[in-house]
Design a binder for this molecule. Structure first.
Ligand SMILES: NC(=O)c1ccc[n+]([C@@H]2O[C@H](COP(=O)([O-])OP(=O)(O)OC[C@H]3O[C@@H](n4cnc5c(N)ncnc54)[C@H](O)[C@@H]3O)[C@@H](O)[C@H]2O)c1
Length: 277
């Protein structure tokens, strides 16, 4: 492949993906609103850009075959602060892709598009959205945007409903929801090298014994996660109190985002080793 664009390249997950993506193309263009990504790889260039601004986004995609779109506000904030990066940003990516003939977008969606489902419901990729926050609602918006651009304009997209991508699971919820960085890389690689994906939704979780989601409709991607959070179960349960069943944050898939007040960050309650959701 000639050119791939990675948005959110300086983020937690963007940094985990740069090496993989550089190996899959002649030219990797990494972009972020941050000033840089550190030392550049041999075939990598960095462009600072704000996803909210079409005139900064469109030139990035010139000559690109695929975009790996991971840039976003990763928190719950008042709606007007989410609007530019998380809503307009997605529109700017897909509309630029349409104008410039980009073949495919691989998008970092989130479990928070489905966060209000009770944990006792095994959710699949066909069920209706139930967002838990404005943050999750932006993921629903972008998934629908991707479906529309596929059905009307033939631009393919894979929407990765990432659950908890961290170095290791930090709480009991993550024993089901953990996505290791190796499995994340495998998921992104399959989203890129599968010849035909159309519009596809897939959950980003590892091969956890307690996995609470059903990816069978996306099995054709060939994503076969290898890591299993269960090896951390003893350590995690040793420090976690019994669940409070009156707290939606503990009984719904979205975790603390499910009990969050709209527009107010629940990040302080996530109790995770590095960063999640
Ligand atoms: N980490 C997880 O467990 C998880 C779970 C679900 C979904 N996701 C999604 O994965 C993606 C990456 O998450 P992350 O954990 O790396 O988060 P992160 O906050 O570390 O990275 C996001 C990056 O986007 C950039 N960004 C923010 N606003 C921007 C703007 N206006 N223009 C350009 N760049 C902008 C930030 O500077 C940052 O580098 C996000 O879309 C997030 O919603 C992550």
């Amino acid at each position: 492949m000639k050119k791939i664009v990675l948005t959110g390249a300086n983020g937690n997950l963007g940094q985990e993906l740069r090496g993989l993506l550089a190996g899959l193309c002649d030219e990797l263009v990494s972009t972020d609103i941050a000033e840089g990504v550190g030392d550049l790889l041999d075939n990598e260039t960095f462009v600072q850009a704000d996803l909210s601004e079409m005139d900064q986004v469109r030139p990035l995609l010139e000559g690109a075959e695929m975009v790996v779109h991971f840039g976003a506000i990763v928190d719950e904030l008042p709606f007007d602060q989410m609007w530019g990066p998380n809503f307009m940003g997605s529109y700017n990516i897909w509309e630029s892709a349409r104008q410039l003939g980009v073949r495919r977008v691989v998008y970092a969606s989130s479990i928070h598009a489905m966060g209000m489902y009770p944990k006792t419901t095994r959710i699949d990729t066909e069920m209706p959205h139930r967002p838990d926050t404005y943050y999750g609602f932006a993921k629903c918006f972008t998934e629908d945007l991707g479906r529309m651009y596929w059905e009307k304009e033939g631009i393919e997209s894979v929407h990765l409903r990432i659950y908890s991508a961290t170095s290791k699971p930090g709480n009991a919820r993550a024993l089901g929801s953990w996505l290791s960085f190796d499995d994340l890389r495998q998921l992104v690689a399959r989203s890129i090298d599968t010849p035909v994906v159309g519009f596809t939704v897939v959950y980003g979780v590892s091969n956890n014994d307690r996995c609470p989601v059903d990816n069978s409709a996306a099995a054709f991607l060939g994503y076969r996660p290898k890591d299993n959070a269960e090896i951390y179960a003893e350590e995690v349960f040793a420090k976690e109190p019994a669940a409070d069943l009156s707290d939606l944050g503990q009984t719904c898939h979205g975790g603390p985002f499910a009990s969050a007040v709209l527009g107010v960050s629940p990040m302080g309650q996530m109790a995770i080793p590095d960063k999640e959701d």
